[in-house]
Design a protein around this ligand. Structure first.
Ligand code: OAD
Length: 314
């Protein structure tokens, strides 16, 4: 993307903020680090730097859908540390809400699964959770859905959550005469057990013991599609309305979200706020530093009251 020559300074950013009416805000893990939630890729502090003990060839495999199907315990060993917690939010979340209050927020595309935008009072119809969230969980075998909270206790206790619908079906089957059939599963989810205790003709055969499916939080893993709303809203709604793009606290390393700046019209100004510069995407104004500090200063210069000590809504 070619830089627009007329935008350079902090004052240009402030002017753009004041004049714009349809702002797309694209956020990543950096907007929650001041709350003690680690981002992914920061050296030493990011989640991926802390996963060496899992012995993965690439720490991103924690969120790989194929690995999840092979061994869900890898994801669940990390999941308890990334569950949404208290009702807190950072000044940067408050800034997004302030844009909404001023009628300037077109959409907040967030890659975060912490749901903190809602804590700050950003309206659900202004948020696209590009990588899903813990709000719901789905059985990987029968697609039965439960609210996310239903599996929090298991996750906190280090237990792999099992599908209640599968469990019910299995117990009903077992009660039927000849309920425990010998059958072979094609999807590999059923466990095979060798029966060594009997010496009849079937002793060397494998039995498939039906097991319930695993409940997977509705987070978008690598290898899964993003929610439909992401592409639909971006292309069919926002692309022709947006008048300013602000990208905050993301390394823009993960497609397709990383492609958003390039998909929007070239004449629309784009501001990047983060600790670490990116070189693979050309922004018009780079405001490098702690995002809470940067947005506070932008608000001050715009003459706006950024209330980040506000009481979260019920
Ligand atoms: P990253 O960890 O890749 O990038 C976070 C960026 O925020 C880095 O550039 C940091 O320097 C910056 N940062 C951290 N704290 C900051 C602060 N207080 N102020 C300003 N900048 C700060 O996280 P994401 O880009 O969000 O996907 O990662 C994208 C996706 O990769 C995630 O959604 C996740 C991950 O794999 C899935 O799990 C599917």
């Amino acid at each position: 993307r070619q830089k627009l020559p007329q935008y350079n300074t902090v004052e240009d950013a402030v002017k753009l903020l004041k004049e714009s009416k349809n702002i797309v805000v694209l956020t990543g893990a950096g907007i929650s680090t001041s709350l003690g939630i680690p981002d992914f890729r920061s050296k030493d502090t990011g989640l991926y730097s802390k996963l060496a003990h899992l012995g993965l060839s690439d720490p991103q495999e924690v969120f790989d859908i194929h690995i999840f199907h092979e061994d869900p315990s890898i994801f669940f060993s990390v999941a308890k540390d990334i569950l949404p917690t208290e009702k807190k939010f950072s000044p940067t979340h408050a800034f997004i809400r302030l844009l909404q209050e001023k009628g300037k927020l077109l959409t907040n595309y967030t890659q975060n699964i912490d749901n903190i935008e809602a804590n700050a009072g950003v309206s659900p119809d202004k948020i696209v959770q590009c990588h899903g969230s813990f709000a719901n969980a789905t059985c990987i075998k029968c697609q039965y859905k439960v609210p996310g909270e239903a599996i929090y206790e298991d996750i906190r206790n280090g237990v792999i959550p099992e599908c209640p619908a599968c469990k019910k079906q299995i117990s009903e089957e077992a009660l039927k005469p000849h309920g425990l059939k010998r059958k072979r599963s094609s999807n590999g989810v059923h466990k095979k057990r060798k029966n060594n205790d009997q010496d009849d003709s079937s002793s060397d055969e494998d039995y498939d013991i039906p097991t319930p499916g695993v409940m997977k939080p509705d987070i978008t893993f690598f290898g899964e599609d993003l929610p439909d709303e992401f592409g639909r809203r971006l292309i069919e709604h926002d692309r022709e309305r947006v008048d300013l793009v602000i990208v905050i606290g993301t390394s823009l390393k993960v497609a397709p979200v990383a492609e958003v700046p390039g998909v929007l019209p070239r004449h629309i100004p784009q501001i990047y706020i983060s600790r670490t510069p990116v070189s693979h995407i050309g922004f018009d104004i780079d405001l490098l530093g702690d995002c809470d500090v940067v947005v506070s200063e932008l608000s001050r210069r715009a003459g706006w009251d950024l209330k980040h000590d506000m009481i979260p809504p019920d």
